[in-house]
Design a protein around this ligand. Sequence first.
Ligand code: HEC
Length: 158
Amino acid sequence: MKSTIIFLSMLAFISVSVFAQTVHKPVTKPATVSPVVNGKKIYLQYCLSCHQADGGGVQNMNPPLIGTQYVLGDKARLIKIVLKGFNDAVEINGQTYTNAMPAFNYLKDKDIADVLSYIRSHFGNKASAVKPAEVSLIRGPIVKTPNKKKYTVRSKNT
Ligand code: HEC
């Protein structure tokens, strides 16, 4: 009788601890990174070296991202700058810049959308966010090469 009681209480203890474990198991959610957090991360990793932490650029070499028509204006043109790079020596707020900007077509649609949303809402800029679908639409004519790693642009669309 005594051993039955011990057995039963052990059983109860085990089942309670098993139950407790199931209850306290952390819920695994799919990782969703907020656009602002991701946009800043991408900026620091890919844009900062030329455009600087405050978006001020480097005189005569890299233009600022503060209040320029390229950053605040047409989203399609802005997306193309990042997808294709930029080396037009245009005047940006009254100055020209000698450096060339490389293409970032290897970045995902979400990463490009987030970094552009980031620059459009920081450094004193106040423009609407860019959505991944808008990047995908512009990237449309860009096709993957057979090795599936590199992107090339169909010549008729360049
Ligand atoms: C190697 C340096 C370099 C890097 C890295 C770089 N850029 Fe640029 N960027 C430039 C230069 C130089 C120009 C101007 C090119 C010209 O005038 O022909 C430019 C122009 C621009 C413009 C349009 C002009 C303006 O100032 O409004 C935008 C927008 C821009 N870059 C965004 C970005 C973003 C976003 C990233 C990161 C994903 C990035 N750049 C990374 C050098 C760079």
